[in-house]
Design a protein around this ligand. Structure first.
Ligand code: SAH
Length: 475
């Protein structure tokens, strides 16, 4: 097989980035935009030893699961990966992915899993579901400013004001920001040179409170910061415009803040945060718990599904009111406070200081006095706290909700020595979940429940919650 050759291929699978996968001539071909069931002519773009990358030249016979993407930029935008697949099929594929990871990587017996796997909870209306948008700011080939999304597998910015997964409100905010950029000649950041000022625009919306925050990430120091301070002309103009635009669309503009990031890195946010207008947080509610959220803190992006996820975690925890619960990787205390109402005591551990501050404030805001929060890496802090808090009650339930890389093995060892009745594992990556479930089941725990929740419709990501019962729980 050679570059630029056109080959016929049947797509049979989806890769981790949502590309269609098919076999031809002993080669495995990855084809962007193709979906299982498609019969296509593929245009070979790149060939390696026994695999290749291709684009669709022509669809000979479309998959019965193929649909017209709702978003006009779907083919170019790197935000969504599988809008061309019907939502029902997306759910089916994610459901199977979780099952496969738990059995193949996790070593769970398929028949056992069959009995306790609840499948996937999808969305009724899987559009405009995100409460957070982060737009890179840059320049195009002709030197003009651009704000939008990165295109697929690149850092080229495409402008797309009709995103179908963000709130339409975001487009109004970007319009005002573009006006400020041109009026005040603000220089967008150039990643390659590490020069320029405005890097990103973050927007967070509290779905149940209607509160909106805009956070601008800038590469600025000393005098360069003058433009970005409260009272400066560009900021005054922006605040006025945003207030009008946001409030007119039925939301409440409550905060504009500036985050400073002077490092030449892919990490979006720096550590320093300055208020320009209003506080440096917004409030939102999940169920009847209110949360204060800083732009530096993690907060689930799909509030409708988050409620279902936390309710499932709560159900799996089987709390009666007498339990001591540890919530590790607790963020702003969302799961902790959800559980605190049904538990005797909750200890939360989280690595980001601002998130821990938010968690403490959130406990107060909700009049919850049986939750305590600690800052530190869970793998270091939990063994220490477990020793120091000698007066702490024996741990009954551990909830973990780690980032994609899963739990540190040191933490898994500590969890085993804490001997909880139950472990509830919330995961955003079924592969590392599988790996950690294998560890826990090899150390005396047994899987008793599993449920996937679709938090990221039209992307390949899937959230899962599982429950495991330990020797103490089995009597
Ligand atoms: N349970 C929370 C947050 C989950 S996201 C919620 O549902 O909102 C994962 C969290 O783990 C993030 O807040 C991140 O800052 C934190 N984190 C990452 N590495 C960590 C570590 N080693 N120890 C403790 N927390 C960590």
């Amino acid at each position: 097989m050679n570059k630029n050759e056109i080959v016929k291929v049947n797509i049979t699978d989806l890769g981790t980035d949502g590309e269609g996968i098919g076999k031809t001539d002993g080669f495995i071909l990855f084809v962007k935009g193709a979906v299982p069931g498609d019969e296509i002519e593929a245009h070979i773009l790149k060939v390696k030893k026994n695999l290749g990358y291709a684009k669709i030249e022509r669809i000979l016979s479309p998959s019965p699961d193929r649909v017209e993407p709702k978003c006009t930029a779907a083919n170019r935008c790197g935000g969504c990966q599988i809008q061309q697949l019907s939502y029902e099929k997306q759910l089916e594929i994610k459901k199977k992915k979780v099952f496969d990871c738990l059995t193949r990587i996790g070593g769970v017996d398929p028949e056992t899993l069959e009995k306790c796997y609840e499948g996937i909870i999808g969305m009724e209306e899987p559009w405009h579901y995100r409460n957070k948008a982060q737009y890179p700011v840059g320049i195009d080939k002709d030197g003009n400013p651009r704000i939008g999304f990165y295109s697929y597998h690149s850092h080229n910015i495409i402008e797309n004001d009709e995103c179908e997964i963000e709130k339409p409100l975001c487009a109004l905010i970007l319009k005002e920001l573009r006006a400020i950029i041109s009026r005040f000649d603000i220089e967008p950041y150039n990643e390659e040179l590490g020069r320029g000022v405005l890097r990103h625009c973050l927007i967070r919306t509290g779905f149940s409170t209607g509160e909106v925050m805009v956070c601008l990430v800038v590469n600025a120091k000393g005098k360069e910061m003058n433009n970005w301070k409260a009272g400066s002309e560009p900021m005054e103009t922006l605040v006025k415009a945003l207030k009008e635009a946001v409030d007119k669309s039925g939301f409440k503009f409550v905060s504009l803040c500036v985050n400073v990031n002077t490092k030449n890195t892919n990490v979006i946010l720096g550590d320093k945060l300055y208020p320009v207008y209003g506080p440096t947080y917004i409030n939102d509610m999940i169920g009847d718990v209110i949360f204060r959220i800083s732009p530096l803190s993690f907060y689930q992006v799909n509030p409708v599904q988050t409620k279902k996820l936390y309710e499932k975690a709560l159900e799996y925890a089987e709390l009666t009111g007498n339990e001591t619960v540890w919530d590790l990787y607790c963020g702003i205390g969302t799961i902790s406070l959800f559980l605190a109402k049904k538990a005797k005591k909750v200890y939360g551990v989280e690595i980001v200081p601002e998130a821990v501050e938010n968690a403490k404030e959130n406990a107060k805001l909700n009049n919850i006095s049986n939750a305590e929060f600690f800052c530190g890496a869970a793998e270091d802090a939990v063994p220490r706290l477990n020793r120091e808090l000698t007066n702490a009650e024996r741990c009954d339930v551990i909830v973990v909700d780690p980032p994609r890389k899963g739990c540190d093995e040191k933490l898994l060892h500590t969890m085993i020595t804490m001997d909880p009745i139950r472990i509830i594992y919330v995961s955003c990556d079924p592969a590392t979940l599988g790996r950690d479930v294998k560890f826990l089941t090899e150390h005396g725990y047994r899987l008793t429940g599993a449920c996937a929740v679709d938090q990221f419709c039209h992307s390949m990501h899937v959230e899962t919650v599982v429950s495991l019962i330990g020797p103490r729980g089995r009597g």
